[in-house]
Design a protein around this ligand. Sequence first.
Ligand code: PNS
Length: 162
Amino acid sequence: MKKIAVYPGSFDPITYGHVDIITRGLRMFDELIILVAYNPNKASLFSVQERMDLVRAVIRDEHVRVDCSSGLLVDYVKNMGANVILRGLRAVSDFEYEFQMALINRRLNRDIETVFLMTGYQWFYTSSNLIKEAASLGGSVKGLVPDIVNDRLEQIFAKAKE
Ligand code: PNS
């Protein structure tokens, strides 16, 4: 049977930390579904469509599917015929939030397991939020995000300054 995992996140925008988890996840699973999970009431920098487009532009692998959903994650996972949620874990600060999410998801559906991969040490201090903040203030985030994402961030924040 095909081992399918769903890798959910906001991906606002995709960073090299995400790319690291995806690359390593592909060694463990036959197929990865990268799920741009969004909350219509939550503000984001990139639209859902652009977040998906950026993921697709960065990750070109026949074993990867990119999708979006604003619904309950465990329902999405079940509907896709998967039973694993893949998440990356950075330093200690992520632990409590991730632990809570894994437990609530397990309570919601006991057939679905959350699997964590430790983020590569180069990406331990990066997050989409910090990257957006640095870029918005004119800081360089080159090397932390794929070039196509860096270009878009520069465009967005250059426009905001005009
Ligand atoms: O990249 P993020 O913002 O840390 O990802 C969080 C995400 C999208 C995985 C989480 O908010 C989520 O699972 N949302 C889907 C809605 C849901 O099922 N919520 C209940 C379980 S937390």
